[in-house]
Ligand binder design. Structure first.
Ligand SMILES: [Zn+2]
Length: 336
């Protein structure tokens, strides 16, 4: 049995170890850890793929850590949530949602979809990585022409402004529904204590959306507001939540934002209600309607909170749906 020892540094810098194809049978590669502390960094979190004549790069803002999964969903007993997670080999108490931010190079414009948590750490220290992952992906925030927001929540618009009061995307035009802009920047809600997240969410939206009001474009249901990018009003999670259909060369990708937060729970049981929806019943109705459309038309989707990098398909399964993640590819193929 052949054993090749590879130093830890070689692995970290991605040094290629030449292996003849015939040597793989029974081959073990051993890394030399010695007494070095265990590393916590992953490779830079970006992932590219072609979409028609456009190029997509997904960059991570880092995962949200939300604790007990069963606390986030209404309409099913805790035991049922526990069983669904257990059956799918998912943890019960360390509920994690990714933040998959899309950068789309349309050939004419660079378009960013949502902006992550910015410098806020209210969901733990693992968020706020967007600017560093953009840099790792070779994308300069100054080159972003358009920032498109699915809705006005923390994890989608709090990356707009830097703490010094400047915009992180100084040359961008911003796009959001007027309904969400008005709802989340409404000063009258600053005094609300129910639901408990309202006050902080509104304060944050005002901090990030009001300073760029003169660069804001309000988008409407059905509008193709940028070439190949069409808005679809999908209310429920928020009053003006938008899904975006991106079409190029006959191919369509749905950027679903927070239409669904979980690749198992809200797929198998799409009528479950998400606790932080402004209208959970409407949110469930919208989820079923749009997922049904995506399944019927075999349209791929990007789930903002799905496991990295969040691209896949949805198919009907019983009274719900099943999510099929698209396999990641190690090369960006030019003929897709
Ligand atoms: Zn979200």
């Amino acid at each position: 049995m052949t054993v090749i020892s590879v130093s830890r540094r070689q692995v970290l810098v991605g040094t290629t170890v030449a292996l003849s194809s015939g040597a793989f049978g029974g081959l073990h590669i051993r890394t030399a850890h010695a007494k070095a502390p265990r590393a916590i960094d992953q490779a830079p979190c970006y992932y590219r793929f072609n979409h028609g004549k456009m190029q997509a790069t997904i960059v991570s803002d880092g995962p949200l850590r939300l604790g007990d999964a069963s606390a986030g969903f209404l309409g099913a007993p805790k035991e049922e949530i526990t069983k669904m997670l257990t059956d799918n080999f998912l943890p019960l108490t360390n509920f994690m949602l990714e933040q998959n931010v899309l950068v789309l190079n349309t050939g004419d414009k660079m378009v960013l979809f949502d902006t992550g948590m910015g410098s806020s750490r209210i969901f733990g220290p693992s968020t706020g990585k967007l600017l560093s992952t953009l840099e790792a992906a070779g994308i300069d925030p100054k080159d972003i022409d358009a920032v498109v927001l699915t809705h006005g929540h923390h994890d989608h618009c709090w990356g707009i402004m830097a703490d010094d009061g400047s915009s992180n995307f100084p040359n961008a035009q911003f796009y959001i529904s007027k309904a969400d802009f008005d709802f989340w920047t409404d000063a009258a809600k600053l005094g609300m204590t129910d639901p408990p997240y309202m006050k902080v969410t509104v304060a944050g939206a005002r901090k990030h959306l009001l300073p760029i009001r003169d660069r804001m474009v309000f988008i409407k249901d059905g509008q193709e507001f940028l070439p190949g990018i069409q808005a679809m009003l999908t209310p429920g999670h928020t009053v003006g939540h938008m899904v975006f259909m991106i079409t190029s060369d006959g191919k369509t990708l749905a950027v679903i934002g927070d239409l669904t937060h979980h690749q198992v729970l809200l797929m198998l049981k799409p009528r479950l209600q998400f606790v932080n929806d402004t209208d959970p019943k409407q949110g469930a109705d919208t989820r079923v309607r749009v997922l049904d459309m995506l399944a019927s038309n075999r349209i791929p989707l990007l789930g903002y909170h799905f496991p990295w990098p969040g691209i896949g398909h949805v198919a009907k399964l019983g009274e719900g749906f099943q999510y099929f993640p698209t396999p990641m590819e190690m090369l960006v193929y030019q003929d897709t």
